[in-house]
Design a protein around this ligand. Structure first.
Ligand code: SAH
Length: 376
């Protein structure tokens, strides 16, 4: 099955399958047809509510059935190659997949919530000029197990699987804002988010999930119709000429088409707004005239504008706007009736802030290639 992980042992990976997928695995294991739905439900509970990582602990399943599962099936977790903790409590995980590709996920604790920033691809094809991930070329898409596996690994690390003595929710929100463009890997992202939203497992409501896109217009419609999660748009410029440069996918789907797709997004109302992300680049996109144009463009869309101070990375060709410029920009947007919070950078000291993620997969791959050509 495409996008499935394999550790080379030939086991059938259960993480990432939907219920129908679990039932067909159960059929393969010889479970009678009338038992499969119930067994799938029991497995789902152990995998996604309890966070089981082995079959032996699934004590309400018959011993011989557990033994068959253990023999034939796997319960995926990415390896944690490195974990860094910021002075502000942000945790950045460098995750290792079966083919030794890597991606990062970031856990951001706040007073009222804990948000996991999840990656959808290793590297990125979009090449936004201000984004560190964009300097690493697309290596590959992540599969459903690898995407939902980031949530499972973070829960393992936070120690928050429910036990009778532990009912707290450290991980309460998901943002698809890590490495990659989620709408260029829609099927896998959708499969993973459906698992995360399932009420009998991880059980995060669609209101607690935000998907951020640079503007893959045709997939925005699918995202609304099939997932209904909150939408964030990486706008960053109000003229096509500048946006072509900052977010090159704009050449394919320019601002007018992007905003038309936003206007069609289902379920928008004041309590359910689209977030427009706008990175503040000194002298590039941060003038009062641009703030006024932004307000004009989004008129009529229930929206908020998230101003993101540019986070620097080695060799970045931009500087962050001055505090005064950010404040002036925010004031103009706010005066027009839109919330315009400035996103507090989190985990900058460990390069975990927006746009700072970049796994070393590509470099590792290159050096592996160099090694093999040296030995050839
Ligand atoms: N590809 C998706 C998901 C990435 S989300 C998207 O483009 O929306 C990451 C957010 O951080 C995006 O809004 C992105 O534009 C922004 N970002 C990227 N590099 C940044 C940087 N150096 N400083 C601040 N924000 C950045």
């Amino acid at each position: 099955m495409s996008g499935q992980v394999s550790d080379g042992s030939g086991r059938i990976e259960l993480i990432g399958l939907d219920r129908a997928g679990l039932k067909s695995v159960l059929a393969e294991l010889g479970e009678p047809a009338d038992k499969r739905a119930m067994r799938a439900e029991q497995l789902w509970h152990w995998l996604y509510h309890r966070g089981a990582t082995d079959f032996a602990s699934m004590t309400n399943l018959a011993k011989d059935f557990r033994a068959r599962l253990a023999e034939r099936c796997g319960i995926f977790r990415p390896g944690i190659a490195r974990r860094q903790v910021s002075i502000d409590g942000t945790r950045k995980y460098l995750l290792d997949f079966a083919d030794s590709n890597r991606a990062e996920a970031v856990y951001i604790p706040d007073d009222d919530r804990g948000t996991l920033c999840v990656s959808s691809q290793v590297g990125c094809a979009l090449k936004c000029s201000f984004c560190h991930t964009g300097t690493q070329k697309l290596v590959r898409d992540l599969g459903p197990a690898e995407i939902v596996g980031q949530i499972l690994a973070a829960r393992d690390d936070l120690g928050e699987w429910p036990t009778p003595a532990n009912e707290k929710r450290l991980l309460s929100n998901i943002v698809m804002m890590g490495m990659g463009e989620p709408l260029l890997n829609f099927e896998a992202v959708a499969a993973a988010l459906r698992i995360a939203m399932d009420g009998r497992g991880i059980a995060l409501s669609r209101r607690r999930i935000t998907l951020s896109t640079a503007g893959v217009v045709p997939a925005i419609e699918r995202c609304g119709a099939e997932l209904g999660v909150s939408l964030a748009i990486s706008l960053h410029a109000v003229r096509d000429e500048l946006r072509d440069e900052l977010v090159p996918i704009n050449k394919k789907w320019p601002i007018a088409e992007l905003l038309a797709a936003c206007r069609r997004y289902p379920g928008l109302k004041n309590a359910r707004r689209i977030t427009f992300e706008y990175v503040m680049l000194r002298g590039v996109n941060d003038s009062p005239a641009e703030a006024r144009e932004l307000v004009r463009l989004i008129k009529g869309i229930p929206a908020k504008v998230n101003l993101i101070p540019f986070n620097a990375w080695p060799g970045a060709p931009y500087q962050c706007s001055t505090e005064a410029a950010i404040k002036a920009f925010s004031d103009i947007v706010f005066a027009a009736g839109y919330a315009a919070p400035v996103r507090a950078p989190r985990g900058r000291d460990i390069m975990a802030a927006c746009g700072q993620l970049r796994s070393d997969s590509e470099r590792r791959r290159r050096s592996a290639a160099a090694e093999s050509s040296a030995t050839a």
